[in-house]
Write a protein that binds this ligand. Structure first.
Ligand SMILES: [Zn+2]
Ligand SMILES: [Zn+2]
Length: 219
């Protein structure tokens, strides 16, 4: 059971979009919301600001599914299928690129390096695999979009969300070696596509950003 503020849950639900997730209960008096998670939850949500994880068996009073009770109502109804929320999906929605309260909570997760932030104007330059044929786990950021390496919130690099060719929303994330390779490829390919670089490469902001990112990802 993950407890968050109501506002952040609404934001996370917007990020998750149409990806399947479990029931979400809101308490409009206390401005809280709870996500039902599998009992097998490990450390997927550790270190994420804004999320409190309650152990299995923690009591939560739920209203009947058809109407609200004492300010509580279902943001996402239990549909009878037993579907619960995948913690990696929730972590992606709350992690970098998802909900970001301030830099203290979510960023310094590994103890050795902060997660690398890819500037929004650099994202479109990174070569990606065919988005038409993306396996589900890669489409929701549970695995590296390039290699399929399973990601945790500590190792994942956020590559932003974008519409998929099928009309859903992709939450792409990469492992560090793959992201570094993609940034280096973009850095290498960039001058041939840039007027500023033909003129005077030392003045090109994009080239500078790609180079700084490649260096940052080397660690
Ligand atoms: Zn990878
Ligand atoms: Zn350039």
């Amino acid at each position: 059971m993950a407890e968050t503020s109501l506002q952040h849950s609404l934001e996370a639900m917007r990020h998750i979009g149409s990806a399947p997730h479990g029931p979400v209960l809101a308490d409009t008096y206390r401005c809280l919301a709870w996500w039902l998670l599998p009992a097998s939850l490990d450390d997927e949500l550790d270190g994420l600001a804004g999320i409190t994880v309650h152990p299995p068996g923690w009591p939560l009073h739920c209203p009947p599914v058809v109407h609200s009770l004492a300010g509580r109502w279902w943001l996402a109804l239990p549909d009878g299928s037993g579907q619960l929320t995948d913690p990696t999906l929730l972590a992606a929605a709350f992690g970098p690129g998802g909900y970001r309260p301030d830099t203290r909570g979510t960023r310094m997760t590994t103890g050795t390096r902060a997660l690398v932030d890819i500037p929004a104007d650099v994202l479109p330059l990174l070569p990606l695999p065919d988005l038409n044929a993306l396996p589900d786990a890669r489409a929701r950021g549970a695995e590296c979009v390039w290699s399929g390496e399973p990601l945790s919130t500590a190792t994942a690099i956020d590559l932003g969300e974008r519409p998929s060719p099928h009309g859903t929303t992709l939450f792409l994330r990469g492992c560090q070696p793959c992201t570094r390779r993609a940034v280096r490829a973009a850095h290498h390919a960039h001058p041939g596509t840039c007027e500023q670089c033909t003129d005077d490469p030392t003045l090109c902001e994009t080239r500078r950003a790609l180079r700084a990112l490649a260096l940052e990802l080397r660690r």
